[in-house]
Design a protein around this ligand. Structure first.
Ligand code: SAM
Length: 326
């Protein structure tokens, strides 16, 4: 197995933060469950089918750049700094050694899909300007054009992902967002559907029953019906999303009520494609950032965040943030 030769390390020192502090300006408000009207619940027998064929986004309109050389890999980020005085956001993120599984909230009402402009406004009010910018703003279809049949985290971190999926019992119909050739389940779920950027990587994934190539940064909507999945996952990829709150809102839509969305990440990334706010912040802040994405989406209940590898040990750390759809 090839170990991420192209996953360029995070620079030893994070790049200069955006002109304003790279963390939420104020704590995200918890989802206002009581105020949200309930959305119709999907038929439990519905199969997760792509709603429409996936087309390469805006190919004609966007000039194609030469393919990025695949050897610009993920660099390891500096070790997590102590969150000196950085409070956890609104108490939503648990202590980093918290490993408890949260049960799905009893069914609070689901919110209707909001107008995108409103959503963007809420996100902009929380994160500083430039937070979602990237060093390489060219179409993701260029960067992710060449298949990368590599692993992006070490074996221990991969095992931690699989162990969490098993602990949470992700065994039904599962959507793997930002998927590639490997999905880290120790026991395959009943039906796994992958969404990612590279057809060859997805086709090589032995666990996927179906897959779709779809650029979430040009279209954060998911090509699936409401309530199509029992659970969803996104491994070491949330830092590449320029509209993560819109994507999480969509994940909540395609999940059945109570379905978990499990976001995992480490301290490696493709730095030119990661959002600046992520590069400029440490591991502890990443937990809070992802927590804020969940809260701002208003589609999930209580959020749990945890370091899933033993603290202070060598190797890639594996963090997870998860919550159940309302
Ligand atoms: C570091 S890899 C992780 C792959 C896989 N989840 C894993 O655990 O090995 C990042 C993945 O994010 C996906 N990705 C990046 N940008 C994306 C976008 N705009 N839309 C959808 N997927 C994207 C890529 O296809 C790539 O497979």
């Amino acid at each position: 197995m090839v170990r991420a030769p192209n996953h360029v390390a995070h620079p030893r020192r994070p790049p200069a933060p955006p002109t304003r502090a790279a963390h939420p300006r104020r704590p995200p408000a918890p989802p206002t469950r009581a105020a949200q009207p309930r959305r119709p619940t999907a038929s439990p027998n519905r199969v997760a089918q792509p709603r429409r064929p996936t087309a390469p986004p805006n190919r004609a309109a966007q000039p194609r750049r030469p393919t990025a050389p695949p050897a610009r890999g993920c660099a390891r980020r500096p070790p997590s700094r102590a969150p000196a005085g950085a409070p956890h956001t609104s108490g939503h993120v648990q202590d980093v050694d918290e490993c408890a599984v949260r049960t799905a909230p009893t069914h609070a009402p689901r919110a209707p899909h909001p107008p995108p402009a409103y959503r963007r406004g809420v996100t902009d009010a929380v994160f500083p300007p430039g937070f979602f910018d990237r060093a390489d703003p060219s179409p993701d279809t260029d960067f992710y054009g060449p298949p990368r049949l590599v692993t992006h985290i070490d074996d221990r971190a991969i095992a931690a992902v699989g162990a969490l999926y098993a602990e949470l019992g992700l065994d039904g119909e599962v959507l793997d967002l930002c998927s590639s050739w490997i999905s880290h389940f120790t026991t395959p779920p009943r039906r796994l559907v992958g969404l990612g950027m590279n057809e060859a990587e997805l086709a090589a994934n032995p666990l996927l029953a179906a897959h779709v190539v779809h650029d979430l940064n040009t279209d954060p909507s998911l090509p699936f019906d409401d309530g199509s999945f029992d659970d969803a996952t996104c491994c070491v990829s949330v830092d590449y999303l320029v509209e993560p709150v819109a994507v999480l809102r969509e994940v909540a839509r395609v999940l059945r009520p109570g379905g978990r969305f499990v976001v995992t990440f480490s301290n490696r990334c493709f730095p030119t494609k990661a959002i600046r706010g992520w590069l400029a912040s440490d591991d502890e802040t990443h937990l809070q950032i992802v927590n804020a994405f969940f809260a701002l989406s208003e589609g999930f209940g209580q959020v749990t965040g945890a370091l899933r590898t033993p603290p202070g040990t060598p190797g890639d750390p594996l963090y997870a943030v998860w919550a159940a759809a309302l």
